[in-house]
Design a protein around this ligand. Structure first.
Ligand SMILES: Cc1cc2nc3c(=O)[nH]c(=O)nc-3n(C[C@H](O)[C@H](O)[C@H](O)COP(=O)(O)O)c2cc1C
Length: 190
């Protein structure tokens, strides 16, 4: 049987974003871990407009090609990791918008978080995202990678050099994501 697909969603769309090197580090870790086939969904590249569908996404009556493409992309995933900064103690608007576009595509899928920021390591944003994703019947994991003062982990080439805590946290989260993805697969099939 093929491995389930983990979709890593890059939430920051800002020029010069640290989210890109953070996601690149995590992507490499996820590929080495081996529990999942990995897909990276970069919200900057995907470039969704602000929600412009007339119908509730529960109806799946999408009128725009960008929505149909995003729907197919999220449908194809079995589990997610949101790589997210914290903006004003909350989640980036681009991530909330991308979530709001869809409904059933998210259901019965686990989600883990790689968050980063200053002293809070993005954890206040994660707490807010959890409120949103539970509405969609996603299962948010407590295991997480929380990176405080993220700039300290950037090397001269703007790549992330992780510490052992980050590596262990990533592996623990990936292991739990796989367990949860397998456990929820019966509900997704239904
Ligand atoms: C609009 C804005 C709001 C921010 N708010 C917070 C915040 O509430 N907490 C925090 O720890 N850092 C905050 N920061 C600093 C970010 O953690 C830092 O800029 C980080 O690099 C943002 O991620 P990005 O580079 O991937 O966009 C904020 C940055 C921006 C641009």
């Amino acid at each position: 049987m093929p491995e389930p697909t983990l979709q890593i969603v890059i939430a920051s769309t800002r020029p010069g974003r640290i989210g890109l090197p953070v996601a690149q580090w995590f992507e490499e870790r996820a590929r080495d871990h081996g529990a999942f086939a990995v897909d990276v969904a970069d919200l900057l590249e995907i470039d969704l407009p602000f929600l412009d569908e007339p119908n509730h996404p529960r109806l799946r009556e999408y009128t725009k090609q960008h929505t149909r493409d995003w729907s197919a992309r999220v449908d194809s995933a079995d589990a997610f990791v949101f790589v997210t900064p914290e903006y004003n103690y909350s989640l980036p608007a681009a991530l909330k918008n991308a979530i709001d576009f869809l409904h059933f595509e998210w259901q019965y899928k686990p989600v883990g978080f790689v968050s980063y920021g200053g002293i809070s390591a993005g954890t206040r944003a994660v707490q807010m995202i959890k409120q949103v994703v539970t509405t969609l019947k996603m299962y948010a994991l407590p295991e997480a990678v929380s990176i405080p003062f993220v700039a300290q982990f950037l090397d001269d080439e703007e790549r992330i050099t992780p510490n052992e805590t980050m590596e262990q946290a990533a592996d623990a989260m990936l292991g739990e994501l796989r367990r949860m993805s397998d456990a929820l697969s019966a509900l997704r099939a239904g």
